[in-house]
Write a protein that binds this ligand. Structure first.
Ligand code: SF4
Ligand code: SF4
Ligand code: SF4
Length: 152
């Protein structure tokens, strides 16, 4: 998982505030959460930062694909074993006769399902990490044998 210092080191480190943040470190945090985009930093478009910009874009690409809960599924690592599907407490609670026992979902409130050999996330609003009352559920992460799931 990409870290805030890794992001910070690639920024111009001018603390010029043009991005609307008080410091480059604050902007790095904002990039990591998905609140800001790289293009919100005007100085980094300067040719002297070309290599840094390219590196930043590649580092942040997965963050751009994160859901509202910060969930990222790395398709290339997922082999569709379904561990996360049956471990997700929301799947278990909402669909005890379907996804929770490894069958096709029979309830529209399931979050994780395997489609075409790869897990996909639906209904992320049902995830225990979603919204103001979120809790740091990690059932899907810890049961994945290939580290295909992360939260940013
Ligand atoms: S605009 Fe770029 S260089 Fe200026 S403070 Fe923000 S991140 Fe730093
Ligand atoms: S964090 Fe918890 S509730 Fe959310 S998808 Fe993963 S296992 Fe399900
Ligand atoms: S546990 Fe990991 S490898 Fe298995 S389906 Fe879920 S994300 Fe894919």
């Amino acid at each position: 998982m990409v870290g805030i210092m890794e992001i910070y080191q690639l920024l111009p480190k001018l603390n010029c505030k043009e991005c609307g943040k008080p410091t480059c470190m604050a902007f790095a945090s904002s990039l990591l959460s998905g609140e800001s985009g790289i293009d919100d930093c005007p100085p980094i478009a300067d040719s002297e930062y070309r290599d840094q910009l390219q590196h930043l874009r590649s580092l942040l690409a997965p963050v751009g694909n994160a859901t509202e809960t910060g969930l990222i599924i790395h398709d290339e690592l997922c082999f569709g074993c379904g561990n996360c599907v049956v471990a997700c407490p929301v799947n278990v609670a909402n669909d005890p006769h379907g996804a929770a026992i490894g069958l096709a979902p029979s309830n529209e409130k399931v979050i994780l399902v395997v489609e075409n050999g790869v897990v996909v996330a639906r209904n992320v609003g049902e995830c225990r990490r979603f919204g103001e009352n979120k809790i740091l559920c990690d059932a899907c992460i810890v049961t994945c044998p290939s580290k295909a799931i992360e939260f940013v």
